[in-house]
Design a protein around this ligand. Structure first.
Ligand code: SF4
Length: 92
């Protein structure tokens, strides 16, 4: 049986030069201590830098929406990638 990571590795991502996730750093920095997005994202899109600021690399985003739900301060400007871009799931 395949592990989740192996299954996700089969997906194809068409990366748009225009990212579909923007972080309001002011809100994120000043209002959000727990940084839940880092823990809920199955694709590990979010990371912390040495100063404690959150950054995103949306290239592997699965478009699940978990980060938007987890971001209690609404610091994320998230929308689906433009048509033709983003994840293409491969089930076999
Ligand atoms: Fe991660 Fe899902 Fe948010 Fe994409 S939509 S960044 S996969 S939590």
């Amino acid at each position: 049986m395949l592990k989740v990571e192996d299954k996700l590795g089969r997906n194809v991502y068409k990366v748009d030069k225009e990212g579909h996730i923007r972080i309001n750093q002011e809100i994120c920095r000043t209002k959000c201590a727990p940084k839940y997005c880092i823990f809920v994202c199955p694709a590990k899109v979010y990371s912390l830098d040495e100063k404690g600021d959150v950054h995103s690399n949306p290239d592997g985003c699965l478009e699940c929406g978990a980060c938007v739900i987890a971001c209690l301060e609404e610091a994320l400007d998230w929308h689906y990638p433009r048509a033709g871009f983003g994840v293409q799931y491969r089930l076999s």
